[in-house]
Design a protein around this ligand. Structure first.
Ligand code: ATP
Length: 361
């Protein structure tokens, strides 16, 4: 019997605007958004953000992807991917999956005013700014303590109306001209100066930074490479929600960290205990384990935004709001919301383990 074909798109609505979301990777990446022609506006597609391939060994990976050609290195920031675009005369922001996010959209309006995004979109109305959102946000609870309160956006690609990324050099020129916040640049390199790249990676690792993305001078080639400090921190942070993650989550990170230690000549005596501690430190404490959860803080303009965000988050995981209070940050009166994401499967499994239940595995 022929399997029923699942539709590739679903129709969604955001504040009265209808759009299509591409659910799966096809010839084009998932997460594309399609807006129908409406009220004199032409139909429009916002391209999905392509997957960035990862290498476990930098030297071989660089040679394989770029050969002898040079490429640009940029710091990989550790947050979530957002695409910001102008639609129906306002800024909107989509997540990687292609959902217009009420939280990111509200902050896009703030960055529009405070971080020159409006200036950019006045001149490039049909372009898309792709960037990483870090700081206080509903998708990553670990925040860099050096960042001021609130969410922060850093541009890492600009998409032209034909769906292609601008070349890095062109993007660097535009972000400088418009004063847009951008990911740190780490220079132009090639396989011949791998030692310089190794040194950059060791420094990022020492500073607890996530890693690098290497980018073609002109074309679409991209590669990511991350530090063991981040991988080990991820393992520690994810231990208590481990039953809700894919089975490869821990193995891949241990493997990457170990290969990095070998390739970059780090001290195995230092890393053996760090690798071990990442698991041990993350393991729930039987004395005070109550649930597998993560704690988040977000700042929103109104209850309405929080309700819309909460509805979106709740479709995937249980959310409990712990407090909401008015605060003044970034020169605005905002609402500070503290909430928890509760992971049911891990909560139940750990409770049973810690209470001594018998298991068949
Ligand atoms: P993927 O689907 O590409 O495997 P992922 O969701 O697993 O991605 P990561 O492994 O964190 O995410 O790596 C890719 C992501 O890194 C990009 O989608 C982007 O959000 C983020 N990123 C951070 N800094 C940069 C940068 N300088 N250039 C490109 N992407 C960056």
């Amino acid at each position: 019997m022929e399997a029923r074909k699942q539709p590739d798109y679903e129709i969604l609505e955001f504040e009265g605007y209808t759009y299509h979301r591409q659910k799966k990777d096809r010839e084009t990446p998932r997460g594309a958004l399609g807006f129908p022609a409406e009220g004199g506006r032409k139909a429009r597609t916002v391209a999905g953000f392509p997957q960035i391939q990862r290498v476990y060994r930098l030297k071989e990976g660089v040679k394989r992807l770029f050969g002898d050609e040079s490429f640009f290195a940029e710091e990989k920031l550790d947050g979530y991917n957002a695409r910001i675009f102008q639609q129906a005369g306002r800024l909107m922001a989509a997540t990687r999956g292609g959902f217009i996010c009420p939280f990111t959209t509200e902050w896009a309006g703030i960055w529009g005013e405070d971080k020159n995004l409006n200036r950019f979109f006045r001149d490039f109305p049909n372009y898309v700014l792709c960037g990483e959102v870090i700081g206080d946000n509903p998708y990553n609870w670990q925040r860099d303590p050096n960042l001021s309160p609130g969410a922060h956006f850093f541009v890492f690609e600009i998409t032209a109306p034909d769906g292609r990324f601008l070349a890095p050099a062109e993007r660097y020129r535009i972000v400088a001209e418009y004063g847009l916040p951008t990911v740190p640049r780490m220079g132009e390199h090639s396989a011949a100066d791998i030692e310089t790249l190794y040194e950059l990676m060791r420094k990022l690792n020492d500073r607890g930074r996530e890693g690098v993305v290497l980018k073609d001078r002109q074309g679409p080639r991209r590669l990511k490479f991350v530090t063991p400090t981040t991988d080990l921190q991820d393992i520690k942070d994810a231990m208590c929600i481990g039953f809700d993650l894919s089975s490869g989550f821990f193995f891949n990170r241990y493997l990457r960290a170990s290969i990095f230690v070998q390739e970059l000549g780090l001290d195995p005596e230092e890393y053996a205990p760090r690798i071990g501690w990442s698991f041990l430190d993350g393991c729930p404490d039987p004395q005070d384990f109550t649930e597998a959860s993560e704690t988040y803080t977000v700042f929103v303009k109104s209850e309405k935004t929080w309700d819309a965000l909460c509805r979106q988050l709740k479709s995937r995981v249980r959310i409990v709001c712990d407090s909401r209070k008015p605060v003044r940050i970034i020169g605005r009166e905002l609402l500070r919301i503290d909430f928890r994401r509760i992971y049911q499967k891990s909560s139940q499994r750990f409770k049973r383990i810690l209470k001594g239940h018998l298991h068949t595995d």
